[in-house]
Design a protein around this ligand. Structure first.
Ligand SMILES: NC(=O)c1ccc[n+]([C@@H]2O[C@H](COP(=O)([O-])OP(=O)(O)OC[C@H]3O[C@@H](n4cnc5c(N)ncnc54)[C@H](O)[C@@H]3O)[C@@H](O)[C@H]2O)c1
Ligand SMILES: [Zn+2]
Length: 344
């Protein structure tokens, strides 16, 4: 098993444990990590169908009493990473008498991880949180670094916090059930980190990309370990994104805007980030900030994107952004709001 320590401050540290098949023995690991045995698992119907029973039986094997364990499903999809779903979860936690010693387990992709993390950070000012990321994107990126958030119709990830988990348990075996599209979405975030931090990893991705698409078990495991190590390195130097960590937003400034414009539907986060990387590269190139060689390399490695997306990014990088004319967002409220009076 690969264990990567994330030491955020002198007294705050957690481990990212990566091992093929770790889900089966998770109960044993978890019994050493959390103090109270009361757990609430948050997941969605698809992930529950694949891995819910496996997780519960592994908890039982690890000595947990299943009577103290609840599981809550929320619907699948980015549009449910919202304040209204968070409210639904607060209601459920209250009904189920969750208290500050109740551990929340996020079993799912980045949507479940970000949402559960946000609820864990805010319910009763903080509950213990454990991530079990089940998409490639969540394993290489969203479960690492403590950013938790929900989306707002006008801005992505805008309501959130930094909240570190007690542990992250990553099982690359669960990627075998992932759709081809979601394998690609995860590879996009791996490419992002490679561009930012490791030419050697970029070359490795170029060489192995076709076998990764075919879900080659050992290569996927290697990819997850490398990407996590690279991201942890950056996060440790700047846990609250005051400077250096902003590099991880490569592709995201534009990518997030595209997701908002698409109403968090029809365009996945990975696809939006891929387009964002292409467009941001073009902007950098136009400003003389990156080489032609790099632009060619990034276009080449992202050539697996659907051709409809690629043509829209080519159009947008010269002129307007690619997205269909969607309804205009409501006009922003004046700030400060006229009804607010400030003491002088
Ligand atoms: N917090 C961070 O630092 C950070 C970083 C990157 C991305 N994100 C966020 O992550 C989200 C995207 O995450 P995502 O791409 O994982 O999307 P997702 O969570 O919507 O998962 C994608 C799909 O895969 C399914 N799925 C999950 N695990 C599966 C499995 N093992 N087998 C089969 N199907 C499975 C899900 O049900 C879903 O349909 C975005 O909201 C993005 O903002 C956060
Ligand atoms: Zn991302």
């Amino acid at each position: 098993m690969k264990e990567i320590k994330v030491k955020i401050t002198e007294d705050k540290e957690y481990k990212v444990c990566i091992e093929k098949g770790i889900l089966i023995n998770l109960g044993e690991h978890l019994s050493k990590t959390i103090e109270n045995k009361r757990i609430i698992i948050i997941t969605n119907p698809l992930v529950n169908c694949f891995y819910g029973v496996k997780l519960l039986s592994s908890l039982k094997k690890g000595g947990f009493n299943l009577d103290l364990i609840d599981l809550i499903e929320i619907p699948d999809g980015e549009k449910y990473k919202s304040l209204s779903t968070a409210k639904y979860l607060y209601d459920e936690l209250l009904k189920r008498k969750a208290d500050r010693t109740t551990t929340l387990i996020a079993l799912g992709g980045g949507v479940i991880g970000d949402l559960t993390g946000f609820v864990a950070a805010t319910y009763m000012r903080g509950l213990p949180l454990v991530h079990i990321p089940t998409t490639l994107l969540a394993q290489v990126d969203s479960s690492i670094g403590g950013k938790v958030a929900v989306d707002h119709p006008l801005a992505k990830n805008i309501i959130g916090s930094f909240y570190q988990p007690k542990a992250v348990y990553t099982d690359p075996e669960v990627l075998q059930t992932l759709s081809d599209k979601d394998i690609k979405n995860g590879i996009v975030e791996a490419i992002k980190i490679a561009v930012i931090k490791s030419p050697a990893f970029f070359k490795w991705l170029e060489k192995n990309i076709n076998r990764l698409f075919k879900k080659h078990r050992d290569l996927l495991c290697e990819l997850v370990k490398e990407a996590v190590s690279l991201k942890v390195d950056i996060v440790l130097k700047d846990p609250r994104e005051r400077g250096l960590r902003k590099v991880l937003n490569f592709g995201h400034s534009i990518g997030h805007a595209l997701e908002v414009e698409a109403g968090y539907q029809d365009l996945s986060h990975g696809e939006a980030v891929a387009l964002g990387m292409l467009i941001e590269t073009k902007i950098a190139r136009n400003r003389g900030m990156c080489s032609e060689e790099f632009e060619v390399q990034i276009k080449q490695i992202l050539s697996f994107l659907p051709s409809s997306l690629l043509s829209s990014s080519a159009a947008s990088s010269s002129q307007s952004l690619p997205f269909p004319s969607l309804p205009s967002p409501p006009a922003p409220l004046p700030f400060p709001h006229p009804s607010l009076s400030f003491p002088r």
